[in-house]
Design a protein around this ligand. Sequence first.
Ligand SMILES: Nc1ncnc2c1ncn2[C@@H]1O[C@H](COP(=O)(O)OP(=O)(O)O)[C@@H](O)[C@H]1O
Ligand SMILES: [Mg+2]
Length: 325
Amino acid sequence: MKKNVAVVYGGRSGEHEISIRSARSILVALDPAKYAAREIFITKEGNWEPGPILPAPGANGDIDVVFPALHGTFGEDGTMQGLFELADLPYVGPGVLSSALAMDKEMMKRICRAHGLPVVDFIVQFRGALDAGAIEAEFGYPVFVKPANLGSSVGVAKAKDRAALEAALTAAAEYDTKVIVERAVAGREFECSVMGNRELLAAMPCEILPSREFYDYEDKYLLDKAVIELPAKLNPAQTEEVRRLAVAACAACGVEGMSRVDFLMDGVTRRFFVNEVNTIPGFTSISMFPKMWEAAGVPYPALLDRLIELALERHETKRATRYSK
Ligand SMILES: Nc1ncnc2c1ncn2[C@@H]1O[C@H](COP(=O)(O)OP(=O)(O)O)[C@@H](O)[C@H]1O
Ligand SMILES: [Mg+2]
């Protein structure tokens, strides 16, 4: 029996176009012998085509599993996952809490820190109460300024002086009411794919070598000049350290299904810092999440099989839950 997979993509976030590219790759790679795939497209305005997923259990016809190929706000941040939970539909990727947690750069770091995992020092400020002086006194320069809940480097800036810091704070506060400022790490940047439910497995890490001052929006999506080393040129102990930290960060955030964990490494001390947990990483054929799995011996179509299996497995496990006495 073929499984009916609904690939939900597009969406209201700034990553709408990337989401379309992710969905295209997924739709091409889903084995037609195993799956009957259908598309559910969400416009930039938030309209669903051909129609919305409905929140009532059983109201969505014959959908067996949802594959959300959505990135960023209203897709990767737990809101969409909440709808799938209400509808009692199995879905690929982390659940409501870990999606929301991982999307919030402050909360993710707090959770990692509580689990003894290395994260960079940060300060949180709010729109209407931005205070460059306090940041300058604590960290000096350079610092990274980011909207707390966003992705794709949108609104992210590296500030090297007071004027740049003030401009960066104002700009970041346009994208989120909460802004996070971090001490800059001068060194290298790595990513590592993780997959699993209770038992999480890490793939082989890669290194990102940005072509610009840092891995910004242009470098990620427009310039095509950033160099990627896969597997990352790390010694065996460092490779294991990255893989261990990737799994630990996912476990700390309660990740189920998948995530791509991003790291910064201090060039002098060689210490790694967990920078991000991306719960719906890019899924284009050239995206790093699938590429790292390919390098670990899992081709793209088999990766999709496994993620769908994990979604169904989790849903099945939850089935036994009692919601009342
Ligand atoms: N504390 C930091 N030190 C050095 N570089 C950083 C730091 N934070 C972010 N960067 C750079 O900025 C990029 C985007 O920041 P990131 O936290 O990954 O946000 P996003 O969610 O938008 O991808 C990173 O890939 C890295 O190149
Ligand atoms: Mg990032």
